[in-house]
Design a protein around this ligand. Structure first.
Ligand code: NOJ
Length: 465
């Protein structure tokens, strides 16, 4: 029988460091962070130099898989698409090290680090970036396609496009709805085209997408709330998942957008490609649900808490005339305003299973906190163990109900650089002591998760979900 995949996840920019080594070129994140004097990932967890040690921790921790991403700016060095052999060599080494240790590599092709030379030409709102991406994926498939059996085209398209083009807290730091819609469309087109390229090569593997999943719940059962829920679901989930899994952009979403925005760049030829090239599996990153009520008043507001406890309670989502997201006073929230709601993962998996009937991987799930990792004693993160236990219980319950969940990845393997939240937001099962030579210190949760992996989930307490 096929083994359930138990592991952890990272992303290139967030953990590798070595930002300008061995021919890696500048990414849009390097450029944005350096130019704005913001905390950067120049060193991050230094995984570039320590990947062997990190993979050994995975093996010793009982993991049988590792989800990581490839840095486009390490692999392609210029606008002509020339390949950097050192970048290729690095990822061969990482993949080989995984395989030698019995760890299935689960490879994300794009986790937000667009080469700056493409951003300068317009990034994701320029259709030529789709062509550049197709060249890049072809290099990736031909180089690594024999060893890697699970590819992910994009990590969280909704999140990076909305943050970059609408909220403006990620590069290219714009606040423009028109461009948000266009960027989303080109990314989903690039996803379909990458799938088409992959299938042409007849490789023996699967390809999917990873979505920032926020299953939608309503505050009550009224018709108004149901309409708000549909709007929220289109905004949060459907434009990624319907498009990737069914090859259809939700028609009510398109109709509504077309009354206000020019969508003439959406062509029948592209829609045919999208229709014909759907994913083999769905990756869900689950942190929390979206609880919504009907829109009442105010302009569209998307505020993300990037400051942790000093800004607790500042997050806010209103999409004018569509819906409002609300806090549930009965729930627990993290310091960054993320609701702790494991039941939402069970319900969410069942929604996705019933709607798309595809294999599912939970490609990210985890909890962050400020942690003091400076001492030598074991870091006691019981709160994380409780969080992970209850979310794994939710997954196992959904599996019992027939959902085809094939793997689970904790975010993150070790502490890493959390984009605008910097390094103080710690998600890792293994601490990285930034002040003390980046030394690794496995937390209590690491040893607990080892037992989960080794028992194939049998030690999970399923009573609370
Ligand atoms: C989603 C993203 O994929 C990852 O890059 C991010 O750091 C985590 N979630 C935590 O917010």
């Amino acid at each position: 029988m096929e083994k359930f995949l138990w592991g952890t996840a990272t992303a290139s920019y967030q953990c590798e460091g070595a930002w300008d080594e061995d021919g890696r070129v500048e990414s849009m994140w390097d450029n944005y962070l350096h130019n704005n004097n913001l905390e950067d990932g120049d060193v991050a967890s230094d995984h570039y130099h320590r990947f062997k040690e990190d993979i050994k921790y995975m093996k010793d921790g009982g993991h049988n898989t590792y989800r990581f991403s490839l840095a486009w700016p390490r692999i392609i060095k210029n606008i002509n698409g020339d390949v950097n052999p050192k970048g290729i060599e690095f990822y061969h080494k990482v993949i080989d090290e995984c395989i030698a240790n019995g760890i299935t590599p689960f490879v994300t092709i794009y986790h937000w680090d667009l080469p700056q030379f493409l951003e300068e030409k317009g990034g994701w709102i320029n259709k030529e970036t789709v062509e550049a991406y197709i060249h890049y994926v072809n290099v990736v498939f031909r180089e690594f396609g024999k060893k890697v059996k699970h590819f992910v085209t994009f990590n969280e398209p909704r999140y990076f496009i909305f943050s970059g083009y609408k909220i403006g807290n990620y590069p290219p730091a714009l606040q423009n709805t028109e461009l948000t819609i266009k960027g989303s469309y080109y990314v989903m087109l690039a996803n379909a085209r990458a799938i088409s390229e992959y299938k042409k090569l007849n490789l023996d593997g699967k390809i999917g997408i990873v979505h920032s999943f926020a299953p939608v719940f309503g505050v009550d059962d009224t018709l108004e709330t149901k309409i708000a829920m549909r709007n929220a679901d289109n905004f949060m989930n459907n434009w990624i998942l319907d498009t990737a899994a069914k090859g259809e952009i939700p028609i009510d979403l398109l109709t509504r957008l077309s009354t206000k925005y020019n969508l003439s760049y959406i062509t029948p030829e592209d829609m045919k490609i999208i229709k014909e090239n759907t994913v083999d599996f769905i990756g869900l990153n689950y942190y929390a649900r979206a609880l919504v009520k009907p829109y009442t008043e105010g302009e569209t507001t998307l505020i993300v808490n990037n400051a942790g406890s000093s800004a607790k309670g500042s997050s806010k989502v209103i999409i004018k005339e569509w819906f409002e997201q609300v806090f549930d006073p009965a729930s627990k929230y993290t310091e960054w305003d993320t609701e702790v709601y494991p039941r939402g993962l069970y319900e969410g998996i069942m929604m996705v299973h019933n709607k798309y009937n595809l294999p599912i991987y939970i490609t990210e799930n985890g909890v962050a906190s400020y942690e003091d990792v400076s001492g030598n004693e074991l870091i006691n993160d019981d709160y994380r163990i409780e969080f992970l236990n209850d979310h794994i219980a939710a997954i196992l319950n959904a599996k019992d109900e027939g959902a085809d969940v094939k793997g689970y990845y904790i975010w993150s393997t070790m502490d890493l650089y959390s984009w605008k939240n910097g390094c103080k937001k710690r998600y890792g099962l293994i601490a990285v002591d930034w002040e003390n030579g980046l030394v690794r210190k496995p937390k209590k949760s690491y040893f607990w998760f080892k037992k989960v992996c080794e028992s194939n989930g049998k030690i999970i307490d399923r009573r609370n979900v």
